[in-house]
Design a protein around this ligand. Structure first.
Ligand code: TXA
Ligand code: MG
Length: 338
């Protein structure tokens, strides 16, 4: 059900949860210091307790309520990218409870670029907010997506479409004994590896970067962001045809009599594709006749670094990948049970 910003404020002050727009995706927000609100977030999302929450702040000075230490390199990143789609993981403040961090010593913090969200976070205090979708499903980028996701049962403030369209970049930076700054990218996003290294290279000579696994960010599972029907992704050189369709249907146990819904990205710029990625994924699911699948032809540049954030989301949300091996298309099934 849609609510006004004033109603959202009341809900938050009374230990409730409300879906709010951010520049990336809609978040299911509750006070980071209210146990009842935090419990509700996990319950509404059907999210396992091992998956920690990002804490969102309304101003840069609020970071000190969330973290125990804020090294200069974190401040430099915040100066360069906040408010914006960068989440920084660092040692948690003692007042941040175990539900927020899944009982780990580190907390994830970000300042989103959305004036309504910032106002509420300034009025209420830091807000914990995962993406406002059921666990493992596609993130919402409009208030209508949230309404549909929770059958209108969750209050949501309508702030229009999210401009970035995919979740924030998550990083953890540590300083090694030889003064090298080691950047671990746990989830790629609109703020790229190059953006981060350019920012830090002004202050540090020695930098290294690596990409994390689900061990580092418990929520970044192999299957995630999933649409309601199987998504089949194909290398650019592969053309859909009846013979391939037969093989796909046999592998996925989908109905051969039904044609798939075809999907091609509308732009060769990954930042533009990101804006409507989840919206298109949902629309394709809506077009489908139950028992069929979505067939996405990947862009030629899919494996290039600029596409890393889109690739991360698509690889996790798909059920099968088709690659050419020895000149012939071969189907690789990732996840049979949707
Ligand atoms: O753009 C975003 O980041 C959105 C908007 C609402 O801000 N939020 C979002 O939250 O995507 P969520 O919960 O859907 O994804 C957060 C990811 C999860 O994979 C979680 O495991 C990881 O961040 N995470 C959160 N806190 C962490 C921590 N302390 N250590 C490691 N990973 C953490
Ligand atoms: Mg999420």
């Amino acid at each position: 059900m849609k609510v006004t910003p004033g109603q959202a404020l009341d809900i938050l002050l009374n230990g409730g949860v409300v879906a709010l727009p951010t520049e990336t995706v809609y978040g299911l927000a509750g006070s980071a210091f209210n146990y009842e609100a935090l419990e509700k977030i996990f319950k509404v999302k059907q999210r396992p307790l091992f998956d920690p929450l990002i804490v969102h702040i309304g101003s840069k000075s609020q970071v000190y309520k969330v973290v125990a230490h804020w090294p200069l390199y974190c401040q430099k990143l915040a100066d360069a990218f906040w408010p914006g789609p960068l989440t920084i993981i660092t040692e948690k403040h003692p007042d941040i409870g175990p539900l927020v961090t899944a009982d780990q010593p580190n907390v994830a913090v970000r300042m989103p670029q959305n004036s309504l969200f910032l106002e509420l976070a300034n009025a209420v205090g830091p807000l914990a907010a995962p993406s406002a979708n059921r666990f493992g499903k596609t993130s919402p980028t409009s208030a209508d997506h949230v309404e549909k996701e929770f059958n209108g049962q969750v209050p949501v403030v309508d702030g229009g479409n999210c401009e970035v369209g995919i979740e924030s970049t998550i990083i953890r930076v540590t300083e090694l004994p030889d003064e090298t700054l080691s950047v671990l990218i746990l989830r790629p996003g609109a703020i790229s590896e190059t953006d981060i290294l350019n920012c830090l290279s002004i202050y540090h000579k020695k930098l290294e970067v690596s990409y994390g696994t689900s061990k580092d960010a418990p929520g970044t599972l192999k299957n995630h962001y999933q649409p309601d029907f199987p998504l089949v992704i194909a290398q650019n050189s592969i053309r859909w045809n009846e013979a391939l369709h037969k093989e796909i249907c046999a592998s996925l146990k989908t109905k051969e009599s039904l044609k798939p819904v075809f999907w091609d990205f509308s732009s060769s710029d990954p930042l533009i594709v990101a804006r409507t990625l989840y919206k298109e994924m949902r629309e394709k699911s809506d077009e489908i006749s139950p028992g069929s699948y979505i067939f996405l032809t990947l862009p030629i540049a899919y494996t290039k670094p600029r596409w890393v954030a889109i690739k991360d989301r698509i690889d996790k949300s798909c059920s099968a990948k088709i690659k050419k091996i020895g000149g012939f298309p071969q189907i690789f099934i990732k996840n049979k049970a949707l």
